[in-house]
Design a protein around this ligand. Structure first.
Ligand code: BGC
Length: 268
């Protein structure tokens, strides 16, 4: 039997029916965790992932919930606890874009992005902290009392014209993550962020689906390739595991060097 770093852990992954979240849920399950595959609207995709995990003897359930809805978030955690008995890891991944130049950005575009990307992380993290604190220590599979990974973006530091709602949500997530890590470290709870760069998922299809777009995108990535969802998933598995037990309040950039200001390589 291979060593499974998340054996006995229970993990909730929000927004796990597609893209990075789907790959993260799959990887956590492969690392031994029982996984709650949260989805907003694509129940079929979530159930398909659950089936794939269960077919290889993993444990998973799908739970629909809007992370920006306070009651729905409590229900998500209730369903997780009643299925698997405890909660050890939250991956607050749900996120979306509603891009527009400022003059054309509606209040609805602004609110939807802030509600899902930032308020959703707050609501899920709050519920996770409450549950981590209330759980008995003797059944704990990890050194920490609980672990939260927020899904950020390179845009927690890189300004992004035409995407101010998204960049503001990720800048907010950066300080949510660090402030929360500071607040709950003494409880033995770890909080970190993963900040992906350009990853091949539906959210940024326009940036990679044609050879011309991809060529343009690659100019921003010193490492010379677009990221794949499993590049991000491996980072999340590590942060969730005891191997990262002394890591809290940090952002792990998984971006092929996008945050290294590649425009300055032969300039400036
Ligand atoms: C965005 C993608 C974008 C990437 C790099 C991500 O956070 O969701 O659309 O390609 O950042 O700019």
């Amino acid at each position: 039997m291979p060593f499974l770093p998340l054996d006995g852990h229970v993990a909730i992954v929000t927004g796990a029916s597609s893209g990075i979240g789907l790959e993260v849920a799959d990887a956590l399950a492969a690392a031994g965790a029982a996984v709650v595959v949260n989805y907003h609207s694509d129940a079929d995709a979530a159930e398909e992932l659950v089936k794939r995990i269960c077919d290889r003897d993993g444990r998973a359930i799908a739970v629909g919930a809007d992370v920006s809805d306070e009651d729905a978030v409590v229900r998500l955690f209730d369903e997780a606890a009643s299925a698997f008995g405890r909660i050890d890891v939250l991956v607050a991944n749900s996120g979306l874009q509603k891009d527009a130049a400022i003059a054309d950005m509606t209040l609805a575009d602004w609110n939807t992005v802030i509600d899902v990307n930032l308020t959703g992380q707050f609501l899920c993290a709050r519920e996770a902290v409450r549950r981590f604190r209330a759980q008995p220590d003797d059944a704990r599979p990890a050194r920490s009392k609980g672990c939260i990974v927020t899904m950020s973006s390179v845009h927690e530091v890189i300004p992004w014209a035409g995407h101010i709602n998204y960049a503001a949500s990720k800048g907010g997530s950066r300080m949510l993550t660090r402030s929360l890590a500071q607040e709950v470290a003494a409880d033995g709870i770890r909080v970190n962020a993963v900040a992906p760069g350009a990853i091949r998922t539906p959210i940024n299809k326009e940036a990679w689906e044609t050879p011309e777009a991809l060529e343009q995108l690659l100019r921003l990535i010193p490492y010379g390739r677009i990221g794949e969802p499993d590049d991000v998933a491996r980072a999340v598995v590590w942060l969730a595991s005891d191997d990262a037990d002394y890591v809290t309040g940090t952002t792990l950039f998984v971006d092929g060097g996008m945050t290294l200001y590649p425009e300055f390589r032969e300039n400036g």
